[in-house]
Design a protein. Structure first.
Length: 314
DNA sequence: GTCAACAGAGTTGATATAGC
DNA sequence: GCTATATCAACTCTGTTGAC
């Protein structure tokens, strides 16, 4: 049997690991009687931990949210994951949390056992992330949206579209999706009566949020839907491109999911887009497959420019 | 340093009560 | 019927103190 202090920590760890425990379950885990569990729960409460107890058939003990964050007991894997996440956040795409993340990181590294510190250092030393020069997202905006998602409250915000237009949108927010180094809000657009994806760095929420709404069933896999939405965003330049290769092979070479339609066994067609025709030309050149452009004189001109530049290079 | 006495804390069992 | 809460009493363990 563990001594009292060790058992209290173990009990706290169990309560943090799972939402609901019955007295007999905890007693079994800690090799004491349910009476002792009750004493220990009482001690945790005296120490400020909000242990909630529910009587009845579906009853049990659970650790509630208190006024202050209680000390968290992380196992080895969880501790490594938190440190790596904090290091990523220090140089991440959410503005305003870099310094806070660094402070939390210092605290955590101070108490990290040396065996775990070695693992974290190894991960840090042998992984490289490219610096992000794109728009960052305000942490406060992200928190406001996430809270509205959680509480099922309508969200009104000023939205700057890709062509610079400003509009006020009223949405029922559902999910925040992080893909391709950008944050997106997946929401039901109340005025357009349809699902929409919004870039969070273009959102300026109007507070307070509300009123509350009844959640709708989500239309399948939100992450995939957002990825597809990003790939088919309203680019300034779009082109219909026939690729002389099987659709499966082309799909494997594309950096983002796209709607590809097979044209027989050896050809397929898709419609890539970009705000810059030269970038679109480079993107198609890197496919490593023969292709034919239909329409889009801007893309044709960009391909010609690119081809001439490459020829001059040799 | 060792031992006994003592106090206090911790654990357990039993029982009654209340909520679901 | 199951589970948590509250109370009381008995037992065990541990730390402290004082005598030798």
């Amino acid at each position: 049997m563990l001594d009292t202090s060790a058992r209290l920590l173990k009990l706290l760890s169990l309560l943090q690991a799972r939402q609901n425990w019955t007295g007999p379950e905890l007693a079994d885990r800690l090799e004491v009687t349910t009476r002792t569990i009750r004493n220990d729960v009482e001690r945790l409460r005296e120490l400020g931990y909000p242990v909630q107890a529910t009587p009845g058939v579906t009853g049990g003990y659970r650790l509630g949210a208190g006024a202050n964050l209680p000390p968290l007991l992380l196992d080895d894997e969880e501790a490594v994951a938190v440190v790596v996440s904090l290091r990523t956040a220090v140089g991440g795409t959410v503005a305003g949390i870099e310094e806070i993340s660094a402070r939390a990181l210092v605290k955590l590294q101070q108490v990290l056992p040396s065996r775990l510190r070695r693992r974290v250092d190894a991960l840090q030393a042998y992984t490289v992330s490219t610096p992000w020069a794109g728009p960052t997202v305000d942490a406060g905006v992200l928190t406001t949206i996430a809270t509205a998602c959680r509480d099922h409250e309508r969200l009104r915000f000023d939205y700057r579209s890709h062509d610079g237009d400003h509009a006020v949108r009223t949405t029922e927010p559902y999910r925040l999706v992080h893909t391709r180094r950008r944050w997106y809000l997946f929401a039901w657009d109340v005025e357009r009566d349809d699902w929409r994806t919004f870039r969070v760095d273009r959102i300026q929420p109007r507070t307070p949020t509300g009123p509350r709404f009844t959640p709708r069933p989500l239309p399948g896999d939100v992450a995939s839907r957002v990825s597809r939405g990003v790939a088919t965003a309203p680019w300034r330049y779009r082109a219909r491109v026939i690729v002389h290769a099987p659709a499966e092979r082309v799909a494997q070479k594309l950096p983002v999911p796209a709607e590809i339609q097979p044209l027989g066994e050896d050809r397929c067609v898709f419609e890539p887009g970009s705000d810059n025709p030269l970038m679109l030309a480079g993107y198609l050149a890197m496919l490593g497959e023969d292709f034919t452009v239909e329409g889009s004189p801007e893309l044709v001109a960009a391909l010609r420019t690119l081809a001439e530049r490459l020829l001059r290079a040799i």
